[in-house]
Design a protein around this ligand. Structure first.
Ligand code: GLN
Length: 269
């Protein structure tokens, strides 16, 4: 649909699920494909395993994985160049955890040697010094986060994290949210994820887009109208997704200031 793939169907590629499939992030591709198909949009969803050329696509989903496969994935993606080329032609890219880190400038391998990322996001990841960040996350949207059609602010993001890396944003990247539960980027500024142009990186598994359908539609909208469109996609019946969101958002104790105050009050009472 974009110049990246002048086809009639919207092409969605799940990148290297054989390397980066540990956390079920391939579900993001499935969610995008279903939400497009439910609206009558022709979709071509490809599970693009490593070891063969990556197909050109309108939307790439890169998931999380262990340190070794993450390095193998980054090395292959840099060498074969399809994501960079497709991005230059208008494609949208979503990276989760290892996928987020490898979209950045540099990230550490298991021996803490710095490895090259694709450089599509101005973020740098280093090894954290504290315990691994594991657990549920809630991240509230920030004014500088990507906006929904009509300038609407994204609802809070829900997901779970499991990472040892700490990610710091450079000047060309903006955060996706501010953590009110969990760790997120972990660099001390309370942010979660990063984005610029049509690239979004985040630590949130879930799969992310099953728990955050507005974000799924935002990415779909970018892929369908690369020049930008302020027209929202046709509404869907999201009752099941909203029930899941409510359950997740209300069952997680918030560690942000409001949550801390609530817990302190609770302790005194
Ligand atoms: N290996 C990376 C880290 O631990 C990414 C982990 C993941 O993808 N969940 O920081």
């Amino acid at each position: 649909m974009t110049a990246a793939s002048p086809r009639s169907a919207l092409a969605i590629a799940v990148v290297f699920p054989d390397l980066l499939g540990t956390y079920g992030d391939g579900g993001n591709g499935l969610v995008l494909a279903r939400r497009a198909a439910w609206r009558g949009i022709d979709v071509d969803l490809v599970q693009a395993d490593s070891g063969r050329p990556l197909p050109s696509a309108d939307l790439y989903c890169i998931g999380g994985g262990e340190d070794g496969p993450q390095v193998r994935a980054a090395t292959a993606l840099i060498a074969e160049g399809t994501i960079r080329r497709s991005f230059d032609q208008g494609a949208v890219v979503l990276g989760v955890c290892a996928g987020y880190q490898l979209l950045g400038q540099r990230f550490p391998d298991s021996a803490d040697r710095s490895q090259d990322g694709l450089g599509l996001l101005d973020v740098t990841t280093r090894k954290g010094t504290g315990p691994r960040a594991v657990g549920e996350v809630i991240a509230e949207s920030l004014p500088e986060a990507p906006r929904l059609p009509g300038g609407r602010i994204l609802p809070p993001l829900t997901g779970f994290e499991n990472h040892g890396g700490v990610t710091v944003l450079g000047p060309a990247a903006r955060p996706v949210g501010r953590v009110v539960a969990g760790v997120g980027n972990g660099g001390g500024d309370g942010t979660e994820g990063a984005w610029s142009d049509r690239v979004v990186g985040t630590y949130l598994h879930g799969p992310l887009l099953a728990r955050n359908p507005d974000l799924a539609d935002l990415l779909l909208g970018w892929a369908i109208a690369p020049g930008g469109s302020d027209r929202p996609l046709d509404p869907l019946d999201d009752a099941a997704e909203l029930a899941l969101r409510t359950e997740r958002l209300t069952s997680v104790p918030r560690t942000g200031r409001a949550g801390l105050v609530r817990r302190l009050i609770g302790r005194r009472a």
